[in-house]
Design a binder for this molecule. Structure first.
Ligand code: ADP
Ligand code: MG
Length: 232
């Protein structure tokens, strides 16, 4: 098991977003989180990625706790632990969040150069591998504004994969895509899962869920329902 979420709760002031939710994700599993707008899908993803702080419960990634509740008290990972844990999880934002003033290559190497004391050549080598895998060859020196929506998304995926995460999260990956780009993203996500990466996709796109999900988590009024889909 790569990710284990137990009894997680999150409120903003008086607004309860979700309460006491538990689920887990295995290596190579594709999990879709669906639900109407405002049900808390993005907030849940942000909690797992340490961009939001849960009020209660625990999140365990590869046997390390991002947060843990014990005797009614929350314990959060220390700064050092956090760096290790967050390298294990990648997030592809709904609006991709590429650095607009940086080329594709610069977008890919920026964070690894900052985080890891790895030689620049090694990092660049990894970037070229991903550029090839995501069919972005020839785009290394382009800026985000020179790319199509599908290409920007693939750069965002490559960037999230730079440090070899065990989990990759996507927030509404199909919302900005046309039909053919959508088929491309379906294939890319399946390939990543085949490599053993656990995939969590937040979406309100039911057709996409039917197409790709092995496990479906439905968020509704702060609770979740977990179901297995009939995907092979
Ligand atoms: N930073 C925030 N401060 C206050 N309320 C927030 C914040 N982020 C999200 N919310 C509220 O939490 C609820 C869930 O939002 P969100 O997770 O974005 O839903 P979804 O992604 O399912 O559309 C909404 O009611 C939203 O207004
Ligand atoms: Mg959302």
């Amino acid at each position: 098991m790569i990710l284990e979420v137990k009894n997680l709760s999150k409120s903003f002031g008086n607004t309860v977003v979700f309460e006491d939710i538990s689920f887990s994700v295995n290596k190579g599993e594709i999990v879709c989180v669906k639900g109407k707008s405002g049900e808390g899908k993005t907030t849940m993803l942000r909690c797992i990625n340490k961009l939001e702080t849960p009020d209660k419960g625990s999140i365990k990634i590869n046997e390390r706790y991002l947060c843990r509740e014990e005797d009614n008290k929350m314990h959060y990972a220390s700064k050092d632990e956090l760096q290790t844990i967050t390298q294990d999880i990648g997030l592809v934002f709904q609006s991709f969040n590429l650095f607009p003033h940086m080329t594709v290559m610069e977008n890919l190497i920026e964070s690894p150069m900052f985080i890891r004391k790895m030689p620049k050549e090694k990092i660049k080598q990894r970037a070229y591998e991903l550029i090839k895998q995501l069919e972005l060859e020839g785009k290394e020196d382009n800026y985000p504004y020179q790319l199509s929506g599908g290409q920007k998304q693939r750069v965002a995926i490559a960037r999230a994969c730079m440090l070899n995460p065990s989990i990759l999260c996507f927030d509404e990956p199909t919302s900005a895509l046309d039909e053919s780009t959508r088929n491309q993203i379906t294939k890319i996500i399946r390939d990543l899962a085949k490599q053993g990466i656990a995939i969590i996709i937040v979406t309100h796109d039911n057709n996409f869920v039917d197409e790709i999900a092995e496990t479906v988590i439905t968020l509704s009024e702060g609770n979740i329902i977990i179901s297995k889909s009939n995907q092979p």
